[in-house]
Design a protein around this ligand. Structure first.
Ligand SMILES: [Zn+2]
Length: 545
């Protein structure tokens, strides 16, 4: 099709809002068996759970690179390579550490993994926190736009701040059974609810330690997932060796938090309740925290894998698809398996990325703009690969129209809807709306907004830099299944398989839904890459360019 005609029709669609047309580009076919083959391969033992800085990384990078080459995509580097090096520091804390909490003559000794998990992001061989005063700072949030400040001028330098996870749950004045939608997004989690935010702001204020109290519902995952934060952890190499971060970052179990508060003569639930109000003031627990551990250190050049399909008329402008290749590697055994296979998280996304690339390349003519396919590293370590790309983009982000991110895709069959995480933030939702309608489907907003998924995957570093992002998730309404089925399989996955060795290819998988979602995502990229103008954020979205 001649692109001018296509443009005009797209504009008509865009401005008149016609939701369906018979002359539009057809949804292309996707090969279900190829998708399954990639997922099986990447989640097999041979790839060792795909941790950065391991042989599993070498094998994974080689696999993706080979696929990109076979498809006939171009490398982004002049040297013909398909990788962007991402320098990281790996730190493995000594697991024999104890966290001691002392209040006058009383002492609590917490066991690593059982009661707490601690690490440092500072690039140092030894971490030593001694007798640091513990203060409870509520949810650890400073949000001027909500007139919220949990610190209230408290000097936390050298102290250890204990805080709650998620946003402060502020009751709605008109219906206290609900959360106030005008404060911290009501039931939806904002960036303030993320633990990364909480550690970072405490570090900026000079806190030496941060202890986050784990509560399954508020965190969005059980303690077993927190245990997985033990072992080697990676950070991007930084000039200041990350010395601006707290000396010790940790989670403690709810049970031990209750004991700590009780030992200090406070009631955990009472203080937690106070912390849901603006009037809350931080409380010293008159207790000293001590923990000491050695860190095994190594530097690794991990890799983002990138390839492009050059645009036909506007090749200096870009649409990006991302999917992280990394997972948790080899770790604590569960039911005798030590390999964290990460089939859904995120072999499914990588498989999708490869097959999207293949289908784009198959078109008789490429879209107007260049499509960039990026499989990023270090997502599980805190979005490191995507942070690195957003800080060191190979092509200017001002010329990047949109990012479509794929993380943990639908493997359970066709759905009448498709979920857009962060629905309502940008005009990409208008594309999504129109394309879903063409498929006879509808859009759903995030089913679990309280878990803050928008801030938990690789599109987020791009959003922070102002690039609008589309982050799809599985629909909820499965065809031919009873009501509640979507929620049930989602809950089952979170409880049983998420970040566990058992995230493997299962016999009851049905990739029909994945194919349909990929047709949707392909069309979104195709239309954005051919559109007249750049998609914009909606008024009030927090990341406008
Ligand atoms: Zn993950």
């Amino acid at each position: 099709m001649e692109s001018g005609v296509y443009m005009r029709r797209l504009m008509v669609l865009f401005f008149v809002g016609v939701s369906c047309t018979t002359t539009a580009v057809k949804f292309p076919a996707f090969d279900e068996s190829a998708l399954l083959r990639h997922i099986k391969a990447l989640s097999s033992d041979y790839f060792e759970g795909r941790a950065p800085g391991t042989e599993g990384e070498d094998r994974t990078v080689a696999y993706i690179e080979k696929e990109f080459k076979t498809i006939g995509l171009k490398p982004v580097n002049t040297d013909g390579s398909f990788v962007q090096k991402v320098p990281m520091i790996g730190l493995t804390p000594d697991e024999s550490m104890l966290l001691t909490l002392r209040q006058k003559e009383k002492t609590l000794r917490l066991k690593y993994l059982e009661d707490f998990v601690a690490w440092t992001r500072q690039s140092v061989p030894e971490t030593d926190l001694q007798n640091s005063e513990i203060v409870f700072a509520g949810y650890g949030v400073q949000a001027p736009e909500y007139r919220w400040d949990d610190y209230k001028g408290l000097d936390v330098r050298g102290k250890t701040v204990v805080m709650l996870v998620n946003d402060p749950p502020v009751p709605d004045p008109s219906d206290p059974a609900k959360l106030d939608p005008n404060v911290f997004g009501g039931n939806a989690m904002t960036y303030y609810g993320r633990w990364t935010y909480k550690y970072d702001i405490a570090g900026e204020k000079g806190a030496a330690g941060v202890l986050l109290v784990h509560e399954t519902a508020a965190a969005g995952y059980p303690w077993s997932v927190v245990k997985g934060f033990g072992g080697e952890a990676f950070n991007l190499v930084a000039a200041d060796k990350n010395m601006g971060k707290p000396k010790v970052e940790a989670w403690i179990s709810l049970e031990k938090a209750r004991e700590l508060f009780a030992m200090a003569g406070h009631n955990f639930d009472e203080l937690k309740k106070q912390a849901t109000t603006r009037e809350f003031r931080p409380v010293s627990l008159q207790t000293a925290a001590s923990v000491k551990f050695r860190n095994k250190m190594r530097t690794v050049n991990s890799r983002n894998v990138l390839a492009k399909l050059e645009g036909s008329t506007r090749k200096d402008e870009y649409v990006i698809y991302t999917a992280h290749w990394d997972h948790l590697g080899i770790g604590q055994p569960v039911d005798g398996d030590r390999i964290y296979h990460g089939a859904v998280d995120n072999a499914s996304g990588v498989a999708a990325l490869i097959e999207l690339a293949r289908v784009f390349k198959k078109q008789p003519k490429p879209p107007a703009r260049t499509i960039l396919f990026i499989s990023v590293t270090g997502e599980e370590q805190g979005l490191l690969g995507s942070e690195y790309y957003a800080a060191h983009p190979v092509y200017p982000l001002e010329k990047t129209l949109a990012v479509v991110n794929m993380d943990g895709l639908n493997v359970y069959g066709r759905t009448k809807d498709i979920t857009i995480v962060g629905l309502g933030k940008s005009e990409l939702d208008d594309y999504a709306q129109r394309i879903a309608a063409r498929q006879g489907r509808i859009l759903s907003s995030d089913q679990e907004p309280e878990k803050g998924f928008y801030y938990r995957s690789d599109h987020f570093p791009f959003a922070k830099k102002g690039v609008p992002c589309l982050n799809p998730d599985a629909g909820n309404d499965y065809i031919g299944k009873p009501a509640g089925y979507g929620k049930k399989i989602r809950d089952d996955y979170t409880t049983n398989d998420y970040h566990k060795p058992s995230d493997i290819v299962k016999s009851d998988w049905d990739l029909g839904g994945l194919v349909e979602d990929l047709q949707f995502l392909w069309m979104a990229g195709w239309e954005i890459a051919n559109a007249e103008r750049y998609p914009q954020w909606k008024p009030g979205a927090e990341f406008s360019r």
